[in-house]
Design a protein around this ligand. Structure first.
Ligand SMILES: [Zn+2]
Length: 334
């Protein structure tokens, strides 16, 4: 088999060699599956990669497995309007059954100008069971001339009935240096130290790091940590301070869940400090440690707090009132 320069195949995606190798192999063997599912953390390039695969499959250039970037098909991909490439993404938080039905119907028509129509279904872990079930039949046997590419967040549950009908392609968080370099490509004015903290907080996901930067979550995290870990703040006397911190969190709206991830990271690091683990590379040392002496939390306290975060996350996913969830959470975390 020919050696492929996978970075050229899937332009713009960094550090997903395993995915590139697996997909290139099936593309070159001519044995494409009906559907791929790209599973991995948010913000590591799954959707960008899906677009690259679609472009490579439809490219009119000479090299199989590559998008030349200059043919008529590639130009349409670059300008974002290729008639045989469809993206279905969550509408107000989830992919709805109506979207799935409409997409399935559209597959029965032959592709407009290519041999293969590619449909990218983003974040399918957001589908409720009835939407997922309506996809199963098409997923098992799509009409000829169609390839489905699904993406899903690795930590979220995806029905096995869905993933068992797809070729699963794993995606991973990037190494620190790769992540920092992508952050700085997008934000050239950012100082190295902040890029470092963002990469660490985003756990190798450049997309998440850029989201944290855009919504200034490091600043909010510092404020919340300061309130929570200050032994002088009394839950009964200084209710106002806790409520102000909760309000700051509520303002993040739909980005509240990634923020809870940061609080979880902070508590895990605190747990490592409490249990005197020496092997951690935590938030400490990144200027995120509380200025005042910590409260004396036991590891049992910290486990209870981590559970409170899990509970808050579940409630947010069920669309419970954000203010209420944040207020109750901060009272538990304090
Ligand atoms: Zn091309």
């Amino acid at each position: 088999m020919r050696e492929l320069n996978t970075t050229l195949c899937f332009t713009g995606v960094v550090g997903q060699e395993k995915a590139a190798t697996l997909v290139s192999r099936t593309m070159l063997s001519g044995k494409l599956p009906h559907a791929y599912i790209f599973k991995g953390p948010d913000g590591v390039g799954k959707q960008l990669f899906g677009r690259g695969v679609a472009a490579a499959l439809n490219c009119r250039g000479e090299d199989a497995g590559r998008a030349c970037g200059v043919c008529s098909s590639c130009k349409k991909f670059i300008s974002g309007n290729h008639p045989d490439f469809t993206v279905v993404r969550p509408d107000k938080g989830s992919i709805k059954i109506g979207q799935v039905r409409e997409m399935c119907r559209s597959l029965s028509y032959p592709p407009y100008e290519s041999d293969l129509r590619v449909v990218l279904l983003e974040d399918i872990h957001t589908m409720r069971p009835e939407a997922a079930n309506s996809l199963l039949k098409t997923l098992e046997e799509p009409p000829p001339g169609n390839l489905l590419i699904l993406t899903a967040e690795a930590s979220q549950e995806v029905l096995t009935t869905i993933s068992s009908r797809c070729q699963v392609i794993p995606f991973y968080g990037l190494g620190g240096a790769e992540c920092i370099s992508i952050i700085r490509q997008h934000k050239p004015d950012l100082d190295v130290e902040t890029a470092n903290v963002l990469a660490r907080l985003a756990e190798g996901s450049p997309g998440k790091a850029l989201l944290l930067e855009k919504y200034q979550m490091i600043g909010i995290l510092k404020n919340v940590i300061a309130v929570l870990s200050n032994p002088e703040i009394d839950q009964n006397r200084d209710v106002g301070k806790l409520l102000i911190a909760a309000e700051e969190m509520v303002d993040l709206k739909e980005h509240l869940i990634p923020f809870l991830g940061l609080l979880r990271l902070w508590l895990r690091d605190t747990l490592l400090v409490v249990t005197e683990s020496t092997e951690h590379q935590g938030l400490y040392g990144f200027g995120l440690e509380p200025e005042k002496p910590m409260k004396s939390w036991s590891s049992k306290d910290l486990f209870a707090k981590l559970l409170a975060i899990d509970k808050a996350e579940k409630e947010l996913k069920r669309n419970c009132n954000r203010s209420l969830v944040c207020e109750v959470l901060l009272f538990h975390l304090h």
